[in-house]
Design a protein around this ligand. Structure first.
Ligand code: AMP
Length: 206
């Protein structure tokens, strides 16, 4: 099974992706994580991506599509994967259709008013766990692995506003795209707790 996770920044894609990946044994491919790893490693892709990410814009399609196309040829992608953060516009979706067979697009819908607070209050760990400051009770380390938590560089109000604009203009039209293909499944209660949202996803995935 090959799945796309769709949703605005802050909709909880990363959190749900970890849960889905472990329950359904799917490879989790996050383009955002790939770019962040490249930025940390100081690669050419990282240098290019940083300026776009800092501005809340999309990294150019040719670069992004090539990364995903290559990644899907690895052996570990053969038995099913979940794309988190890709595709993010119609061009990428059309390109993806040329090199992959997607079974389902899971759209996590969250009230826009909540997104800004969710993202600006987000603290993440290098192990992939994600928290909201309101639930941390002052803790600064990850409950799962003990590493220090940090705030993503692009999780600041100015960049988040640009990311939400980018989502509304470029990514949201994909909901229609996958609906027309008969592949869309919507999680309508994305405002719930991570476990509540995952319950809904399990009902969809069976
Ligand atoms: P994310 O971790 O999914 O929120 O992605 C962080 C940032 O990486 C986005 O705001 C974009 O700048 C960039 N990015 C991630 N995925 C893509 C994509 N599919 N196409 C272009 N840029 C992307």
């Amino acid at each position: 099974m090959n799945i796309i996770l769709l949703g605005a920044p802050g909709a909880g894609k990363g959190t749900q992706a970890s849960k889905i990946a472990s329950k359904y044994n799917l490879l989790h491919i996050s383009t955002g994580d790939i770019f962040r790893a490249n930025i940390k490693g100081g690669t050419e892709i990282g240098k290019l991506a940083k300026s776009y990410i800092d501005a809340g814009k999309l990294v150019p399609d040719e670069v992004t599509c090539k990364i995903v196309e290559d990644r899907l040829t690895w052996d570990d992608a053969k038995s099913g994967y979940m794309l988190d953060g890709f595709p993010r516009n119609l061009y990428q979706a059309q390109e993806l259709d040329k090199f992959a067979k997607i079974d389902l697009c899971l759209n996590i819908n969250v009230d826009e008013a909540l997104l800004m607070d969710r993202i600006c209050g987000r603290r993440v760990c290098s192990c992939g766990e994600s928290y909201h400051v309101s639930t941390l009770n002052g803790a600064t380390t990850c409950a799962k692995c003990g590493n220090e938590l940090y705030q993503r560089a692009d999780d600041n109000p100015e960049t988040v506003k640009a990311r939400l604009d980018t989502y509304n203009t470029q990514t949201a039209p994909l909901i229609d795209y996958y609906e027309k293909q008969g592949k869309l499944a919507c999680v309508t209660s994305g405002e719930g707790s991570p476990d509540e949202v995952f319950e809904q996803i399990k009902k969809i995935l069976g």
